[in-house]
Design a protein around this ligand. Structure first.
Ligand SMILES: CSC[C@@H](O)[C@@H](O)C(=O)COP(=O)(O)O
Ligand SMILES: [Zn+2]
Length: 210
């Protein structure tokens, strides 16, 4: 007994591999950066093995962990940032996928937001690409957490923030990248694209204003 449905694992692994090819192709997951996960059931998720090239993922590059981040039937090491994924799934049973990317725009913009401030998207039609947003007339607040190698501490900080702001679609880590999530992989990929478009708009606005 695997302890999880192997057919669902196979489907999750294929979705993760396809997402990797797309995100690497767009330049948003360079040089083995990034990690991706997909829920299998209420207690298991499929997640990328640490250090793998995201543009060339195959099924053996995707493993199963439980919601504490413990590997299930695998000798591989899961993503070093597994806890940033598991806290999201633990606190939201409707969550089906999490994508972490390292684009140039996310990285640069995260360094330009002053310490203690959020990035705020306002009056962009494309905000409606985020789940639950039906008008441009709202605010999407994106917190910027300081980067750290202490992933357990960062996971605790992100968990607290999400508990206080349950509708937000993602967060940045300064000088590092984006975390976003969705009910399924399609929604999660849409969120990555929406963030990237909005990051570019913000950076271009700053450039034009000087
Ligand atoms: C290639 S440096 C990026 C890593 O330090 C990390 O931030 C990352 O996104 C990938 O880590 P991984 O352990 O492969 O999931
Ligand atoms: Zn990273």
């Amino acid at each position: 007994m695997a302890g999880f449905d192997v057919i669902r694992y196979g489907q999750a692994a294929r979705e993760i591999c396809d997402a990797g090819r797309f995100l690497y192709g767009r330049g948003w997951s360079p040089a083995t950066s990034s990690n991706y996960s997909r829920r299998i059931d209420s207690n298991h998720l499929a997640i990328t093995v640490s250090g793998r090239h995201k543009g060339r993922l195959a099924e053996q590059d995707v493993m199963v962990v439980d919601l504490t981040g413990k590997p299930v039937q695998s000798d591989c090491r899961p993503s070093a940032e597994t806890l940033l994924h598991t806290v999201l799934y633990s606190d939201n049973e409707d969550l089906g996928a999490v994508l972490h990317t390292h684009s140039v725009k996310a990285t640069v913009l995260s360094r330009l937001v002053p310490a203690g401030e959020h990035l705020v998207f306002e009056d962009y039609e494309l905000q409606k690409a985020f789940a639950g947003v039906s008008t441009h007339e709202g605010r999407v607040e994106v917190p910027v957490f300081d980067n750290t190698q202490d992933i357990a501490a960062l996971a605790a900080d992100t968990r607290q923030w999400l508990a206080d702001h349950p509708q937000q679609p993602g967060y940045l880590i300064r000088g590092h990248g984006l975390y976003t999530w969705g009910r399924d992989m399609a929604e999660c990929l849409r969120h990555v694209e929406a963030f990237e478009f909005l990051f570019e708009c913000e950076l271009e606005t700053m450039r034009v204003r000087g």
